[in-house]
Design a protein around this ligand. Structure first.
Ligand SMILES: [Zn+2]
Length: 218
């Protein structure tokens, strides 16, 4: 179990990476992480430049959003992150972006079917698109939970995307892979009509990827 300081560095690194990967523009987007034992959430501060962000700038709150540490205001999207942490005990990191290709699908209210083996590998199911809601109260959290499937990511109608995982690092991977597959699907849809993979094939790719791929279980 990493210390709060390690979590802070991991959340800081995830925020830098979404910026470096081109998933966020100016101040949009945010990454957070939770220490379940201590009940502490660490999230990006509101409206700060990513390239100037230091680990000490991140804001620490409890699960009700009360600020416990940090001189800045937390991201305005904190309530949606907290909603996911409160309702999904397996989630340890959350990322929100308006990354262009994923958001193009969201703008049309279109989920992304499992067209690619990379989608089967990483997500194991289609990436659903939740209907548009405003950002008041728990509206975004509620619609994510309602439309959430097996995939650790969702598109939000007319808005953007949320991705998550057991750690902030895993959430980062889901957010980056979401944008990558959305881009490929966008290009293929411009050329013709791709066919989704068959369910048995999706299961095969997903199981291989989650059991034997890589050097160790992350
Ligand atoms: Zn947003």
């Amino acid at each position: 179990m990493p210390s709060l300081e390690q979590l802070r560095r991991e959340v800081w690194a995830a925020n830098l990476e979404i910026f470096r990967a081109g998933l966020v523009t100016m101040h949009s987007g945010n990454a957070s992480g939770i220490d379940r034992k201590k009940g502490r959430v660490i999230i990006k501060p509101s409206g700060m430049d990513y390239d100037k962000l230091r680990p000490s700038d991140l804001v620490e709150t409890d699960l009700d959003g009360r600020k416990l540490r940090g001189r800045w205001k937390p991201s305005v999207d904190l309530p949606h992150h907290l909603y996911l942490y409160r309702h999904c005990p397996e989630i340890g990191g959350v990322i929100h972006t308006h990354s262009n290709y994923a958001t193009a699908f969201a703008l049309l209210g279109r989920s992304i079917p499992v067209y690619l083996t990379a989608i089967a590998d990483e997500f194991g199911a289609e990436i659903p698109c939740a209907s548009y809601v405003d950002n008041q109260g728990d509206h975004i959290g509620e619609t994510i939970l309602k439309h959430m499937g097996k995939a650790p990511a969702i598109l939000l109608g007319n808005h953007g995307a949320f991705a998550w995982g057991p750690t902030p690092r895993a959430a980062l991977k889901a957010a980056v892979m979401l944008e990558d597959v959305a881009k490929t699907c966008y290009l293929a849809l411009a050329l013709g009509k791709p066919k989704p993979l068959a369910p048995a094939e999706i299961r095969k790719w997903y199981e291989r990827y989650h059991t034997t791929y890589g050097q160790e279980n992350e």
